[in-house]
Design a protein around this ligand. Sequence first.
Ligand code: HEM
Length: 242
Amino acid sequence: MNAGDTLLFVAVPYICIAVFVVGHYWRYRYDKFGWTTRSSQLYERRLLRLGSPLFHFGILFVFLGHVGGLLIPESWTKAVGISESAYHAAAASLGILAGFCTLTGAAILIYRRRTVGPVFSATTRNDKAMYVLLIGTILLGLGTTVIGNLTGHPHDYRLTVSPWFRSIFYFHPDTALILRAPIGFKLHVLAAFGLFAFWPFSRLVHVFSAPLGYLTRPYIVYRSRDQRLGNRAPRRGWERVG
Ligand code: HEM
């Protein structure tokens, strides 16, 4: 194992994870009110209504597939009687379907950004950089998976990429494992870590904003401008402004 491999598959992951965690803390402390998708629904709805659910449901299933494929060791699924070929057939078909939905949704959203004037004007350089990292990661993951399956010799990533990924979190990174994976998977994980490092500084922070407050807040939030609010403590949603 040479210094380059250690840099790419030990240092880069740890640096990107640290930037991801500290970056979110920093963004929340200093830009709490900029924690938003910067929605463009006001400018265009028709394409958004098609592209957005395709992309978001697609990526949700891609995410769930990654949780299963990366975190659950092959020995566990074998122990409950699921053979590698059965696991692979299910994972590859569902994963490729989810990946294509994600990519089609993203293509519609990017087409909309480029062709609808006000949406294009609202697109920043930061957004464009984020799209490059996001689409690059998806293309590399999907491309490597599809090509592997087309050749009839799909790579068993649960013996290489997955244990390497877990070893990072045990603080005992096993670089030799990821070095056995095809180049497409190596580039895919590096692009993904690049995306994670950029994440806190982009619109992607909206992923971590569950609208739980909606469950308990009043339908319309009223705020009193009066100095005196009486003796009782204000009810939720009725706090004074300023
Ligand atoms: C370091 C984090 C990541 C690792 C270790 C990783 C690893 C993998 C592996 C092993 C596969 C093959 C799955 C299969 O053949 O069924 C894969 C596929 C894929 N990955 Fe990732 N990935 C990571 C992050 C991401 C991210 C952030 C995205 C999206 C933005 C993504 C999108 C995809 C897509 C679309 C596929 C194609 C098939 C599928 O949907 O599972 N990956 N990835």
